[in-house]
Design a protein around this ligand. Sequence first.
Ligand SMILES: NC(=O)c1ccc[n+]([C@@H]2O[C@H](COP(=O)([O-])OP(=O)(O)OC[C@H]3O[C@@H](n4cnc5c(N)ncnc54)[C@H](OP(=O)(O)O)[C@@H]3O)[C@@H](O)[C@H]2O)c1
Length: 252
Amino acid sequence: MDCCEDLVRYLSFGMILMALGYLIHHRKAQTSYGRHMGISHPERMVPAAVAWFLQEMPALMIALLLLLTSHRPSSMGRNLLLGTFCVHYFQRTFVYALLTRGKPFPLGVMVAAGFFCSLNGSLQGHYLLHCAHFDEDWSADCRYIIGLLMFYAGMAINIHSDYILRNLREPGEVIYKIPKGGLFEYVSGANYLGEIVEWFGYAVATWSLPALSFALFSLSFIGPRAYYHHRFYKEKFKDYPKLRKALIPFIF
Ligand SMILES: NC(=O)c1ccc[n+]([C@@H]2O[C@H](COP(=O)([O-])OP(=O)(O)OC[C@H]3O[C@@H](n4cnc5c(N)ncnc54)[C@H](OP(=O)(O)O)[C@@H]3O)[C@@H](O)[C@H]2O)c1
């Protein structure tokens, strides 16, 4: 398949605009799921495990489908797609989703997230398989090495932090407790910090506009969410650790 260069550019810039639009539109209130859901939510709800499974799966499935149906994909592009994007979405779909102890999820949010994941899986898959040109010695390039180190370090922080959060609750419980351990000693949004580092690492390793757009989108979606989580903890728990920041240790 040929590279649809214009489409890739439009979708990438579209994602950056979406990120900016999201930041402006949601500067006072966060997407309504989890603790940021209003008390009365007339919307249809879906069990958290089902919602996370269904909304994240398209990113993985579409990327794999593109990979299987590509005749002569770039081999570095294929390895990067499999070793980063697909690994992340495999974990999110088949591990995170199935273990979650979160509250039921609004159907509308699930559908919107599923749409975003489908679009993003198509964009990242198509770009890496059909558009990206990597030098022969890209695997020795410091951008590739540093990017992958960032990606896997971020992923480890994200998975470990989500594990800590999940284990704060007994099965069936829906209350919030103060997270302890790992990077939660420094920030309230340790899982978000890991995810942001992960996608900026992916952008560095692939040195591409679509990956940068996705990293910026993630930053604009979960960066403010970390701030609102932090505010929630400080209001709810009088003994919340004073030195803990929202997203960036010692700074913010
Ligand atoms: N790349 C992106 O743009 C993007 C966007 C969204 C999410 N994500 C990733 O998806 C994952 C989940 O995101 P999220 O927004 O649901 O994260 P979250 O608000 O931190 O919640 C994660 C899970 O832990 C539970 N939890 C959180 N804090 C808790 C506490 N203090 N006590 C007890 N349970 C607690 C939540 O339950 P409740 O659901 O009941 O609150 C939920 O099941 C994260 O790894 C995040 O990085 C990525």
